[in-house]
Design a binder for this molecule. Structure first.
Ligand SMILES: Cc1cc2nc3c(=O)[nH]c(=O)nc-3n(C[C@H](O)[C@H](O)[C@H](O)COP(=O)(O)OP(=O)(O)OC[C@H]3O[C@@H](n4cnc5c(N)ncnc54)[C@H](O)[C@@H]3O)c2cc1C
Length: 376
């Protein structure tokens, strides 16, 4: 039986491990954390990710427990629509969902099975020769396998050393959170984003009247976190109805601050027997909501390659299937910043262009992003 080590038990690592198990590999996942606490707030899982989770046999809980997304809208701070409201069409009968990270993480863990995960196991470095790839851990131990998958997130020094696209600051950051039920009539099953000048709010209905929301603003690296009172004051300053009520329905301890970083579009995904997946390979700006969605797609391509190829050819096979698509998402998600985080003239041009493009063209572009390629 071929063997693989997967480094990191986030969405990317768990999905990759499931894909390899399905391909008949014996897999050990090494996670630095001492336990797998559900971290973070919500995530949009567009239909391409749900198709990928189905292909991994890991979609059932998402499709029964998560809130489907039915409409999306992009509007100005004054509430003028720039894109939509449009129905989120399901690709090949598969819906999109708004999930909590906790649900996605636990669905993936259950699909993998607990025995495969080694906690408190921090990778220090990797090496390889013609026969094997070897990982060295912080406790001094080593492990070898036919294949190593690096899935330890955007800050992975091993991925940077291997494929080179070091993370950089995006010029903005902010807070995100899950609210309690909001005391305000709201559109169910809707994802909305509102653009101001160098700041924006997003509101996503997550079911039961609760919302996953975010506030993003231009900021320097390491800027002080935005507190709840400050966020509430900003939300009260002329944004569309529903935003201030949502912030008010969120306790201060739920706010999660983030400073946005992303990797440049990768030129490769691995070398020899060592493959990078998820944010380690292609951390992107959060402007398309596709960062985590691309990880299950990586896993499907990996699974197909692992079934078809011998271990030393898996990396090049995955690269052939995935590189063009992930590069395109990284590049487009970077462009997505220009509607807000840019000089006002550029913002106006982007917004005018978005409004002028016929709905059919938007639908075609979004439809192809939300359709997982056939990797078989
Ligand atoms: C504000 C914001 C909003 C977002 N919204 C969306 C969205 O709506 N939809 C979407 O699809 N994506 C979204 N994303 C992107 C998404 O969060 C990421 O793409 C995704 O979580 C990356 O998963 P990952 O498993 O690759 O990395 P991570 O989640 O970072 O997991 C890496 C794992 O590796 C472990 N690790 C780190 N170093 C080591 C080591 N040396 N040894 C062993 N283990 C290690 C870590 O502890 C962690 O468990 C958003 C991102 C941001 C910042």
């Amino acid at each position: 039986m071929p063997t693989a080590l997967v480094i990191g038990a986030g969405i990317g690592g768990l999905a990759a491990a499931i894909g390899l198990q399905n391909a008949g590999y014996h897999v050990a996942v090494h996670e630095r954390a001492a336990d797998l606490k559900p971290l973070g707030a919500g995530l949009s899982l567009w239909s391409n990710a749900v198709q990928a989770l189905r292909a991994l046999n890991a979609a059932a809980r998402i499709e029964t427990e998560a809130e489907p997304i039915e409409t999306m809208v992009l509007a100005t701070r004054q509430g003028r629509a720039l894109l939509g409201p449009r129905r989120v069409t399901s690709a090949e009968g598969v819906s999109a969902y708004l999930v909590t990270r906790a649900l996605l993480q636990s669905a993936l863990q259950a699909a993998l099975g607990g025995d495969a995960i080694h906690l408190d196991s921090e990778l220090v470095d990797v090496a390889q020769d013609d026969e094997r790839a070897t990982a060295r851990f912080a406790d001094g131990s080593t492990a070898s396998a036919d294949l190593i998958v690096i899935a330890n997130g955007i800050w992975s020094p091993q991925a940077t050393a291997l494929i080179g696209n070091a993370p950089r600051h995006c010029g903005y950051g902010g807070v995100f959170a899950l609210s309690d039920p909001v005391d305000h009539p709201q559109s169910a099953r809707r994802v909305a984003e509102y653009w101001g000048d160098r700041e924006r709010f997003g509101l996503c209905d997550i079911g039961g009247g609760r919302r996953y929301w975010f506030y993003i603003v231009d900021q320097r690296p390491g800027a002080a976190a935005i507190g709840h009172d400050d966020c509430l004051a900003r939300a009260s300053d002329g944004w569309p109805d529903g935003i201030v009520q949502t912030v008010a329905a969120t306790t201060a301890d739920r706010l999660i601050a983030f400073d946005c970083h992303a990797r440049a579009a990768p030129r490769r995904l691995g070398v020899g027997r060592i493959l990078c997946v998820g944010d380690a390979a292609h951390a992107m700006e959060p402007n398309l909501g596709q960062g985590a969605c691309q990880a299950p797609e990586d896993a499907v391509a990996l699974s197909v390659a692992a079934q078809r190829e011998s271990p030393e050819h898996v990396v090049s096979a995955v690269e052939a299937m995935r590189l063009k698509r992930v590069r395109s998402f990284v590049i487009q998600s970077r462009r997505g910043r220009y509607g807000t985080h840019a000089p006002v003239m550029v913002q106006h041009w982007v917004r005018a262009t978005l409004s002028a493009i016929p709905a059919a063209i938007h639908d075609r572009a979004i439809g192809s992003a939300h359709l997982m390629p056939d990797y078989r």
